[in-house]
Ligand binder design. Structure first.
Ligand SMILES: Cc1cc2nc3c(=O)[nH]c(=O)nc-3n(C[C@H](O)[C@H](O)[C@H](O)COP(=O)(O)OP(=O)(O)OC[C@H]3O[C@@H](n4cnc5c(N)ncnc54)[C@H](O)[C@@H]3O)c2cc1C
Ligand code: FES
Ligand code: FES
Length: 483
């Protein structure tokens, strides 16, 4: 049985197909059509809803509100949380201030994108103390409108953030906190229908036991990748195990030597800590999908899906990250680069899962640069992703770890390129030799994102760009490249 709040109404579900998305649940099971389906693949934001979770900010208990794409979220993951949809904003016959701002600023033309925009603006208003254009652009990057244009919507964001007044969610906050505490998961839950099941353990040990007993199960983290199997490929997932309730897998611990990130940590939560040590990692995470996807997608899922164009793996490999894999009571630590074997083939054994990711902290003389090249700046997948982790002392390259995504069947180190650089002078002629060596390292493919020639040339140019940036660090050349 799972329980969650639909706004402030308690909902209990026992027998529901775990393959049902929140979008279909709202529209087809609850006859709430306010939330719209545009793409059913996480690309348009029409289906945006807001999920509230208990949080503690500066010692104050509160509800943290975040957007997510309901088309990519299975209902089971709502267990213990509050779901807010566009239908919940109007209160006592009066539009919510973000809805009123959309009306006042002429931010809406059609009914398809507007509910999603309204929900993104609602979460933005909840999480901001004042108007910031940069935050607004980030909040709206996952919402597409093909007609109105964004200027009036940004005006609406400004009005909503500048004229923020307590709303019904503030008035009822204490009551919502009490309701959420009352339904906080206390034991492994299960949602099922016929022979389809989703299990929701609370501890790593329970996850290990349940996975060992159900090795055919699919692990479900943020769902942003897995849900596509259902919504795009029309497959059914008979058994799933949701890892999002395991607190220790959502924890980030920073020690003197490393950052340990639980595999189920949302990408939004990884941002602050990784950006602090490695600003380019922060920039990459800013450009990773949309805010909705980053709020739900996890670092473990980005590794677990073993995509050759996943953005975090090349950066983590270049940084020398390790992963802790767990199976039953046994744990092992593996270099991330050894995890990826071939296209979608990994070193993960049956019933084994990624428990955490260990990222080394920066050392003296270490320079780290990462670049994502994609057709659009926001909400797009990389054609090529490059990460350079170098130690250059007195003009000589002491160590070089270089990795690319989009250049091979797996995220992969550029060993021949590294070999040219190691021990060599940090000098243009050497960089050209290292660029030539990239052609030995990689034989990229052509696809709809880029041709093989484009990919190789881009990889070489990114090395040249890295060289120029490190030559003249005082010049801010870290302009993000895109096709
Ligand atoms: C519109 C859109 C845009 C996207 N943009 C980007 C992008 O810019 N860059 C990018 O890299 N990706 C992108 N993605 C892909 C996806 O969002 C990311 O890969 C995300 O990190 C997946 O995490 P998740 O938690 O949602 O994984 P899930 O969908 O829950 O799981 C993905 C896979 O990993 C497995 N898995 C999950 N957790 C674990 C674990 N702990 N141990 C072992 N296996 C596990 C699952 O079983 C599943 O096979 C995008 C996806 C969409 C829909
Ligand atoms: S329907 Fe397009 S993002 Fe969900
Ligand atoms: S107003 Fe809806 S797509 Fe532009």
């Amino acid at each position: 049985m799972i329980q969650f709040l639909l706004n402030r109404e308690l909902r209990t579900e026992q027998q529901l197909d775990p393959n049902v998305t929140v979008l279909n649940y709202l529209r087809e099971h609850l006859a709430k059509p306010g939330t719209k389906e545009g793409c059913a693949s996480g690309d348009c934001g029409a289906c945006t809803v807001v999920v509230g979770e208990l949080a503690n900010v500066d010692g104050r208990e509160c509800v943290r509100y975040r957007t997510l794409n309901s088309c990519l979220t299975f209902v089971a993951s709502l267990h213990g949380k509050q779901l807010i949809t566009v239908e919940d904003l109007k209160h006592q016959g009066k539009l919510h201030s973000v809805q009123q701002a959309m009306v006042d600023c002429h931010g809406s033309q059609c009914g398809f994108c507007t509910p999603g925009f309204v929900m993104s603006l609602f979460a933005l208003q909840k999480n901001s103390s004042s108007f910031s254009k940069a935050e607004t652009m980030e909040a709206l990057a996952g919402n597409l409108c093909r007609c109105t244009g964004y200027r009036p919507i940004i005006d609406a964001a400004e009005q909503a953030c500048c004229q923020k007044q307590p709303d019904q969610f503030d008035v009822f906050e204490a009551q919502t906190i009490a309701q959420l505490k009352a339904i906080a998961p206390a034991e492994t839950a299960e949602l099922n229908s016929g022979d389809k099941r989703c299990l929701l353990p609370l501890t790593v040990a329970d996850l290990a036991d349940i996975y060992a007993a159900n090795p055919e199960a699919r692990l479900l983290a943020g769902c942003t990748d897995l849900a596509l199997e259902v919504t795009q490929f029309h497959r059914e997932l008979p058994v799933m195990i949701y890892v999002g309730h395991i607190e220790s897998m959502k924890r980030i611990e920073v020690t003197e030597r490393s950052i340990e990130i639980g595999a189920a940590t949302a990408l939004s939560d990884c941002y602050a800590v990784l950006a602090q040590d490695y600003p380019d990692f922060g920039e990459l995470l800013h450009r990773f999908a949309s805010l909705q996807i980053r709020n739900q997608g996890t670092l473990g899922g980005n590794i677990g899906n073993a995509s050759p164009i996943g953005d975090a793996p090349p950066l983590l490999i270049a940084l020398g990250a390790q992963i802790v894999l767990r199976k039953g009571a046994e744990s092992r630590t593996l270099s991330l680069e050894d995890y990826f074997i071939d296209y979608k083939v990994t070193a993960r054994q049956e019933a084994e899962f990624i428990e955490k990711i260990i990222v080394p902290r920066p050392q003296a003389n270490q320079a780290f640069r990462a670049y994502k090249v994609s057709k659009r700046l926001d909400d797009d997948i990389s054609a090529v992703c490059a990460a350079f982790n170098l130690k250059v002392v007195d003009g000589t390259v002491q160590t070089a770890r270089i990795a690319f995504g989009g250049m091979a069947a797996i995220p992969k180190r550029a060993s021949a390129c590294e070999a040219v650089l190691k021990g060599a002078a940090w000098y243009p002629e050497i960089i050209e030799q290292a660029c030539a060596a990239l052609a030995e390292d990689f034989t990229p493919l052509s696809d709809f994102r880029a041709s093989k020639e484009y990919r190789l040339l881009t990889a070489q140019n990114l090395l040249r760009k890295c060289f120029l940036e490190l030559q003249a660090p005082e010049v801010e050349t870290r302009v993000t490249a895109y096709v």
